[in-house]
Design a protein around this ligand. Sequence first.
Ligand code: SF4
Length: 356
Amino acid sequence: MVIQTMWKDRLSFSDLEGIAAEKLLSRIKTLQEMGCGLIRFAVPDSDSAEVLGNLASMVSIPLVADIHFDYKIALRCLDYPVAKIRINPGNIGPHGAKGTREKIEAVLSKAATKSRPIRIGVNAGSLPMDLRRMVNEKTIESAEALAQAAERELAIFEEFDFKDVLVSMKASSVADTIKANRLLAERTDVPLHVGVTEAGPLIAGVVRNTAALTVLLGEGIGDTIRVSLSDTPEKEVIAGREILLVVSENLNGEMPGQKPDPSLGVRIVSCPRCGRNSFDSIGFTEAWMSRLYALDKNCTVAIMGCAVNGPEEARHADLGITGTGNRVLIFRHGQLIRTIERHEADAAFEEELNRL
Ligand code: SF4
């Protein structure tokens, strides 16, 4: 099971130089340490293809080129160590139009020669005209239209005997996402990239994706997940990890066909904070979240606001920090090991984290 996220900004050549490059590479490394297995980049033009191609040579995490319309961009990306291409044959050119077949063949044959997989990404917002009309006329359900659109694209790959393919069918509706993926899983054994798209800001997006993914993954449907959020890639990866953890727990530690992911090891327990707090559990959790999810450790970390529940939760964690009166307490493996001032909390927490 792989967690994918998507880079939110357009990269330029200047992002690959000097301090900008250091920041970019460090952020990508942290995403990788957090459990992200694939990062997708939009490649809208030939400059973007060059930038992504160069970036792919600088990192160890697989990068995916997301391409629409221009087959030459796909061909160029395949000259670089880009791990995967997302492109739909149906939008390389109008079906039956002069030259379309040759363009598709060029992309598929180069991808096959280079052993690069291609993802077909069908989206409810960009269905083929005839299927969209049928959905509007209510002669076909959206989920069925998504599945049929995917099957059409798969037929083209089959025609060219291209087998290294996976499919996503995305909708902003939870019900359509579940239904479309169930339909295609019944009809084919193609690997599926699953998730609710355009799912909204953090809270709405996490809720919708959790609702869809717990059902699909629980049924053994899905090989890659992406939690699409109007938020950072880090939040998408954290949401993905938490969803996998919930599904794995529901399935007693196992997902059909997959091993439990050891990278799901860190569990954060944090209190919601209330008027009794003497330690800002929200701010502290936010500040440490990416670092904690990047830990390569199987542990529980508790971040609590006051003496009401703080010491007990902190004591039960592998590492716990809590406010109590005007002091901050740090526990490690059940033992109170530090009593400090608030301004010492970050440094002390970091030291104890490194000792875990
Ligand atoms: Fe409020 Fe304290 Fe409970 Fe946090 S631990 S929610 S601050 S009572």
